[in-house]
Design a protein around this ligand. Structure first.
Ligand code: PEP
Ligand code: MG
Length: 600
């Protein structure tokens, strides 16, 4: 989170910084920093029996605050030395205060002695201590500046604890100037879901990689975006001009007149190339030697639907349902879900829609589940390896059954397939199939209109275990959808949110390609359909490789469909297979990148 403008003397000279291009396009505009939303708190009394629970809530908020401060401290290394020297001690002081300071002792005591909630205690005690610092004899002397600063530090730490206690999203976007470039140190997927598609010219963050869920969300929103720009927060200034190139992943701060003119030209060229792609919409998605390749769309947010329809997608290969649960504090009911699924199915006009069950966990936090008490308030130590996807659904039968009921009812409006996330074992499939049978019987008994047959039930192949157990899982599943985003992460032990500059996370590493080939083979032997819906499918240069690996169905964000179709129409199967054989035999991703470059 951006605490303050850390460098009042930032240079105005032109600086270009590299990052990961996440959404292609050129954007030019003034920088607007993501602001924090207002804290709205109501004071609350508690019963003596609740003291322990409130103390625990406070403990968790303190742990989270400490982690945030340590992260901010580490990031100062990118700032000019004088700014680091100024801000470092302040953050250290905050960490110190979280330990056994007078402030913290008084907050814990207020919960116990005054019987108030943790939130009320933080608010009242931090205000009272700040006021007493300002009224101390020191405040009227030469030292008054120091006293004011100290009071502000106490208030600032109090605000941090309050935000953590009430799980307030750290971002607010609505009030920022339209047409600007949104700059943030990091955006959570839920933050990204709050961004209106036409509001900003572009989005830039210091953290994040091109396959994290935030990147996936931003592709859905379609605003040019670059993530993982090292040093951004230290160098950028509110209101100053910047240029973003979502294709190369470069951003330029304080651009000079030449660069600005070039960028404006590139922006026009990009827009006309986009218009040129539209003519491909009505053309078949077949290779030059007439092999049909199905191109479907991934949907993360409902407003993508018109764009998906315009793209000519032959169905939805992956509808992520996490958005239904984000940025709200109650669970969406069956009717709410049914309305959204039905809109999507009707818009696809007879083409299949694959709806995935809730994939909570890892880098996707879903507040509604915390509020419903289905997941603990404190994040798991290692969320990518914890209660994610179907594992969570196994512990939350009501969430699973409500979702299945909405999906089954929606299936009367057109063909639906149901997809299970994060499967490793057959019993995770049986768990969902049994729940589906139960819900089906209940709906039948209630005389609810249902489709003639139950929808196919498929699994995401996104863990190495699922690939290795492919032949077994295929006996339980009706189809496979390969999720290369997670499969790459779990196979290479590299977080999908890592910035590309580390070179650790790359879906083109030969071991990952071998896992894809193994899955295609397992599906073929079992006679079940296999598609690929990770971000790799959106990369036009990867299409020949994926076809060569045996895939005939790719699902990607709607904005990529025509670019991928252009490549599909230009390739032949024999060249794709030769490319895939060479890539599978390569020892490093760099060789695979070279092979793809040479193929163009
Ligand atoms: C994947 O892991 O590749 C995938 C498509 O699922 P998600 O990105 O939602 O985890
Ligand atoms: Mg996944």
């Amino acid at each position: 989170m951006r605490q303050a403008d850390p460098s009042p003397r930032k240079p105005r000279r032109q600086i270009t910084l590299p990052g990961s291009g996440v959404v292609p396009g050129i954007a030019i505009g003034p920088i607007a920093f993501a602001a924090e939303p207002k804290l709205e708190i109501t004071r609350q009394k508690i019963a003596a029996a609740d003291i322990a629970a409130e103390r625990r809530r406070l403990d968790e908020a303190v742990v989270r605050a400490r982690q945030q401060l340590i992260k901010l401290r580490a990031r100062l290394a990118h700032l000019p030395e004088e700014s680091e020297g100024e801000l470092g001690p302040l953050l250290d002081a905050h960490v110190h205060m979280l330990d056994k300071s007078r402030l913290m002792r008084a907050i814990y005591a207020a919960i116990e002695e005054k019987l108030v909630s943790a939130t009320t205690a933080v608010l009242d005690v931090s205000e009272a201590q700040a006021a007493s610092i300002l009224q101390s004899p020191r405040a009227g002397t030469d030292d008054s500046g120091a006293a004011a600063r100290q009071a502000e530090e106490v208030r600032e730490l109090g605000r941090r604890l309050l935000r953590n206690l009430i799980h307030l999203p750290f971002r607010s976007f609505a009030g920022l100037p339209p047409g600007s470039l949104l700059v943030a140190d990091a955006l959570r997927p839920a933050d990204a879901a709050l961004i209106a598609p036409d509001h900003f010219a572009g989005i830039i963050t210091e953290e994040g990689g091109d396959v994290g869920h935030t990147a996936v969300m931003l592709r859905a929103i379609g605003i040019p975006a670059v993530l993982g720009v090292n040093g951004l927060i230290g160098a950028a200034r509110e209101g100053s001009l910047a240029v973003l190139d979502g294709t190369t992943g470069q951003i330029t701060l304080n651009p000079g007149p030449r660069l600005l003119a070039d960028a404006a030209q590139s922006r026009t060229r990009f827009a006309s190339a986009q218009r040129g792609l539209a003519r491909l919409r009505r053309l078949a998605s077949t290779t030059a030697d007439h092999l049909p390749i199905e191109l479907q769309a991934n949907i993360e947010l409902p407003f993508e639907l018109p764009m998906v329809v315009r793209s000519g997608a032959s169905g939805v290969g992956l509808m992520r349902t996490e958005f239904l649960f984000m940025n709200r504090d109650s669970l969406p009911d069956e009717a709410t879900q049914l309305a959204i699924y039905r809109d999507t199915i009707e818009a696809m006009d007879g083409d299949p829609v694959t709806i995935r069950l809730l994939d909570w966990g890892s880098d996707k936090e879903v507040e509604a589940l915390v509020a419903a008490g289905l997941v603990p308030e404190t994040r798991e130590e290692n969320p990518a390896l914890g209660l994610r996807g179907v594992r969570l659904l196994g512990n939350a039968p009501m969430v699973l059954e409500t979702q299945l009921a909405a999906m089954l009812r929606a299936a009367v409006y057109g063909p639906v397939r149901i997809l299970i996330p994060m499967v490793c074992r057959p019993r995770e499939i049986t768990l969902v199939r049994d729940a589906m049978d139960r819900v089906w019987r209940r709906l039948e008994a209630e005389h609810v209109r249902l489709p003639a047959t139950k929808p196919p039930l498929g699994v995401m192949i996104e863990t190495p275990a699922a690939v290795i157990a492919g032949a077994t899982l295929a006996r339980y599943a009706d189809f496979f959808a390969i999720g290369t985003n997670d499969l790459t992460m779990y196979a290479l032990a590299a977080d999908r949110g890592l910035p590309a500059r580390f070179g650790l996370y790359d879906a083109l590493e030969p071991p990952v390609l071998r896992l894809i080939a193994m899955t295609v083979a397992a599906g073929d032997v079992a006679g079940i359909p296999v598609s690929l819906c990770g971000e790799l499918a959106s990369r036009p240069e990867a299409a020949p490789l994926l076809i060569g690996l045996g895939l005939r169905s790719l699902s990607m964000h709607g904005g990529a469909i025509l670019r991928v179709k252009r490549v599909v129409r230009s390739v032949t199967l024999s060249r794709c297979e030769a490319l895939a054989a060479a890539a599978l035999g390569a020892s490093e991703a760099s060789t695979v990148h070279d092979l793809l470059d040479a193929y163009k």
